[in-house]
Design a protein around this ligand. Structure first.
Ligand code: FAD
Ligand code: LAC
Ligand code: ZN
Length: 464
């Protein structure tokens, strides 16, 4: 099969053994490397189809790979699979300003897509910290969320059309560009958020939005979580749908990153309460800027805020966001971590975080439990590290956290997906009937279990 792949794709596109770069053996989950049987790097949709036809003939499973920034092991090769990287299937094919759509190949980085939209005077609203490395295909396969979901939705909401190659090599082209199209099953939804288990995404049509004249950012302190919720509700009423981000950082996060990362500038002194990063878009910088400032002073007067700093420049806004984005530094400042991406009804979050932080501290005194995230969307990240031990008690920590998620009927993944890291906990958020139906879909679409085996769906219970 490798010889046949080489004959069609060329030697440089099929790497084996020592030729396979280390980066293709895992992802940002930092789970231990697994070397794939081979790494194939097709450069066109037809080449992807060719690879999958051959794999289908030989019963060879594949692990699709984008920018390898996933946090749950989804792109880490399962044992004995072929890694199928989309890294050569790149490029923005079209930006259509009249229909506000953009067509790009799956391996294009998010940042390149954002830039192409910007160059055409429009906005591609999806934005996540890994924008420089993650790919559009990976974003859609994981239904990525990020910082602006509150206003523009997740990757799913920004997608109009998709081209996918199925496990048998069939090219399924649903490159719809229309906003309204009710013609039977919305097939693209099968592939968005299913982490490469049902098809390999090769191209997509995404929606663009009008580009704001600028962004308004404030770094605020609220006395407690009910003040945070009051501030959010008030911002959404008074600033209406210009509110694009509402990120919250608990002291467990802020105090640690601000002291361990001296390059970060501290906008507010450490103290009691929670920190919020509020972002709103401006169509008219002067008028909207004045309204933003008035809203913040009024919130101070009403006690929803106890302190706030407004960014006076792009650079200052960047400094606020650098604190919020400090996650890429965890390996350096904390070492091995257990990271959680959990979501809840917005109103429950204050109680959930208190429970999690206090139960973790009671069970493991001295533990770091950093909490922050997209509170506007009900989605928080919790980073746990027990200092001074050689082996992190990862399973016990996960059992504790996901137990609380189940109790509050939350989700074990708000945006990062399941991969292999959360396989054993999927039933905390999904019923037996839902899991059985997911398996039926998987069997129908990929009967040979050739696409990203071992990801998302745990092995069935005996008798199921
Ligand atoms: P990979 O990691 O390569 O793959 C992810 C999954 O998609 C795997 O299951 C893989 O098999 C599958 N896949 C990849 N490409 C394809 C394809 N073309 N067809 C089919 N399946 C495919 N995520 C968020 O949602 N919000 C955030 O705010 C966010 N911030 C992050 C910040 C940092 C610093 C880092 C490191 C990660 C962050 N992430 C975030 C997680 C990650 O960047 C996203 O999940 C991203 O969408 C993954 O894209 P990728 O191209 O790197 O995919
Ligand atoms: C973030 C990633 C971890 O929001 O999802 O920073
Ligand atoms: Zn996030």
């Amino acid at each position: 099969m490798i010889d046949e792949l080489r004959a069609v794709l060329g030697d440089a596109a099929v790497l084996t053994g020592a030729e396979i770069p280390r980066k293709n053996c895992s992802d940002w989950s930092k789970l231990p490397d697994i070397e794939p049987l081979a790494l194939v790097r097709p450069a066109t949709t037809e080449e992807v189809a060719h690879v999958l036809r051959l794999c289908n003939r030989y019963g060879q499973a594949v692990t699709p790979q984008g920018g390898l920034t996933g946090l749950v092991g989804g792109a880490r090769p399962s044992p004995s699979t072929l890694a199928l990287s989309l890294e050569r299937l790149t490029g923005v094919e079209q930006v259509d300003a009249r229909t506000a759509t953009l067509t790009a190949r799956a391996g294009t980085t998010l940042e390149t897509v954002q830039r192409a939209a910007d160059d055409a005077g429009l906005l591609f609203a999806l934005d996540i910290g890994s924008r420089g490395s993650c790919t559009l295909g990976g974003n859609l396969a994981t239904n990525a969320g990020g910082n602006r979901v509150l206003r523009y939705g997740m990757a799913r909401d920004l997608t109009l059309g998709l081209e996918v190659v199925l496990a048998d090599g069939t090219i399924l082209s649903s490159m719809n560009t229309m906003v309204k199209n009710n013609t039977g099953l919305d097939l693209k939804q099968l592939f968005i958020g299913t982490e490469g288990t049902l098809g390999v995404i090769t191209r997509a049509v995404v929606r663009l939005h009008s580009k704001p004249a600028g962004m308004l950012n404030a770094f605020c302190r609220c006395a407690d979580f009910s003040a945070v919720l009051a501030l959010l509700a008030s911002a959404q009423t008074q600033l209406a749908d210009t509110v694009s981000s509402f990120e919250v950082m608990w002291p467990s996060f802020y105090d640690l990153v601000i002291t361990r990362l001296p390059q970060l500038r501290r906008p507010l002194a450490s103290g009691p309460g929670l920190y919020c990063l509020l972002e709103a878009t401006a169509a008219d910088l002067a008028a909207d800027g004045a309204r933003f400032e008035a809203f913040l002073s009024q919130s101070l007067e009403r006690g929803m805020l106890t302190d706030a700093v407004i960014a006076q420049s792009q650079r200052e806004a960047g400094e606020f966001w650098a604190i919020r984005g400090a996650g890429s530094e965890y390996p350096r400042i904390l070492g091995e971590i257990n990271s959680f991406d959990i979501s809840f009804r917005r109103d429950d979050i204050g109680r959930v975080v208190n429970r999690l932080e206090s139960e973790l501290a009671a069970r493991w005194p001295g533990i770091h439990a950093l909490t922050y995230g997209h509170v506007g969307d009900g989605n928080i990240h919790l980073i746990v590290n027990l200092p001074g031990v050689t082996t992190q008690p990862k399973e016990e920590i996960s059992d504790l956290v996901y137990g609380v998620v189940r109790e509050f009927q939350g989700s074990i993944s708000g945006e990062h997906g399941i991969g292999t890291r959360k396989l054993n906990y999927l039933s905390n958020s999904r019923s037996a009937e839902e899991l059985a139906f997911m398996r039926r879909v998987k069997r129908a679409v990929d009967p040979g279990n050739l696409l990203n085996p071992g990801k998302v769906l745990p092995a069935p219970e005996t008798g199921e």
